[in-house]
Design a protein around this ligand. Structure first.
Ligand code: ZN
Length: 409
């Protein structure tokens, strides 16, 4: 398995939760070793299986610590300006998400703030949040647009998102979310705005290479299944994969819509029914669960986790980091919430921020598991057992983070 040349780096004396597809549970290897060459994993296995005489330019002993793949936050709106703390105060006073949206608040107040902000200001604010995630072992982050809602401002958000990946040792995946909300200048004409997305915004953004995928918000307060379907067809015409904010506040058959279009993921899913879960299972669409929004909105109905299990739907867990419904910069806390609020098992949670999150981004071949040939993105934890990674609220047991074979601060 190992190549003959020395490893660039070699980690010894670790317990590995490989998340390898073939293995049961977490794919655990006790007393394991990982070797990296050119940023990729060149050896992973029991230390005793290392080829005789294997050498490395740098060797690190981990003294029984646990290693997982670097964590993946696969659903964020991390590039934004300002905050919506006042709106939260309104909600605590009894207003709901729809009340706030209909009153012109919610997403549209973030749109105003983003349109007024410079790229530099957006980058500085987003980097502070990115740094919080990296400190918890995150090595891949998805970032959506959707607070610009016109071509110039959507491009601005996506350029800032791309620049975050250049500014930090992290893999940044971008998603165009033009169909997030109706901008005020559309004067209530949802169909005309969808036309503009399909014929102007999406082609320009695709041509500039600014988006890795296309997302939409299918909900009574946002866009209908028919309107989202048009966006998805346009995206596919440009060779871009799709994903969907689905069934968050009501059952709008968003899960089935996403599945019908072969979406990488459908996200939120509190109100998804059995048929929606079955469609997702058949299509291989990942369920991205976002307990931070569920918690902040004080929702009562949890996603149908048992139905997802019955239909073999992969489940990912993410922060949904955004200024309104999920002001959350801790993936570890989202993981704890996914277990506590949604009833995921420890193994499901850990797969949900590694292998399944990679699948939700279409990156399963390159990240999300410890396997030869994958990127050497590692999170090294000072824990005795994997459950301790996200058991203690407010405690971060990360020992070291490795991105593309390099130990980062
Ligand atoms: Zn979202």
């Amino acid at each position: 398995m190992a190549e003959r040349r020395p490893f660039d780096r070699l980690w010894l004396g670790a317990h590995l939760a490989t998340m390898a597809e073939a293995g049961p549970g977490l794919g655990v290897i006790q007393d394991g070793a990982i070797g990296a060459i050119n940023g990729r994993i060149a050896f992973v296995g029991p230390e005793t299986a290392l080829p005789h005489g294997a050498s490395a330019h740098e060797t690190m002993r981990l003294d029984g610590r646990w290693v997982t793949p670097g964590l993946i936050d696969c659903h964020t709106h991390i590039v934004y300006a300002g905050n919506r703390a006042a709106e939260w105060e309104m909600r605590l006073g009894g207003a709901n998400y729809e009340d706030i949206a209909r009153a012109g608040g919610g997403i549209l107040s973030s749109v105003q703030a983003v349109r007024a902000a410079s790229e530099e200001a957006l980058r500085a604010q987003a980097l502070a949040r990115v740094d919080r995630l990296l400190a918890e072992g995150v090595t891949t982050i998805e970032a959506k647009s959707g607070y610009g809602l016109d071509l110039d401002n959507e491009r601005k958000l996506l350029r800032v998102a791309r620049s975050l990946g250049a500014a930090r040792a992290v893999r940044l995946v971008t998603t165009f979310l033009g169909a997030h909300a109706l901008p005020p200048e559309a004067c209530g004409d949802r169909d005309a705005f969808i036309d503009e997305i399909c014929t102007t915004m999406l082609p320009a953004i695709a041509a500039a290479g600014l988006a890795d995928a296309v997302d939409g918000f299918c909900e009574g307060i946002a866009f209908s299944p028919g309107q989202i379907g048009r966006v998805f067809d346009a995206a596919h015409g440009l060779g871009l994969p799709v994903k969907l904010h689905a069934d968050q506040l009501t059952n709008g058959s968003g899960a089935a819509l996403a599945a019908r279009h072969g979406a990488l993921s459908a996200d939120h899913l509190e109100y998804t029914d059995e048929a929606g879960a079955a469609a997702m299972g058949a299509a291989g669409t990942v369920a991205v669960l976002l307990p931070g929004a569920f918690y902040m909105l004080r929702e009562r109905q949890a996603p149908p986790v048992a139905a997802f299990r019955r239909h073999g739907v992969g489940m990912a867990v993410s922060t949904d980091c955004n200024p309104g419904t999920a002001p959350l910069v801790s993936l570890l806390l989202a993981m704890n919430m996914a277990a506590t609020l949604f009833g995921l098992t420890v193994d499901e949670v850990l797969r949900g921020v590694t292998r399944e999150a990679a699948r939700a981004l279409g990156l399963l071949d390159s990240v999300g598991s410890l396997e030869v040939g994958r990127a050497c993105d590692l999170a090294i934890w000072s824990v005795q057992h994997p459950v301790e990674i996200f058991h203690t609220l407010g405690h971060n047991p990360l020992f070291a983070r490795v991105f593309a074979g390099n130990v980062t601060d």
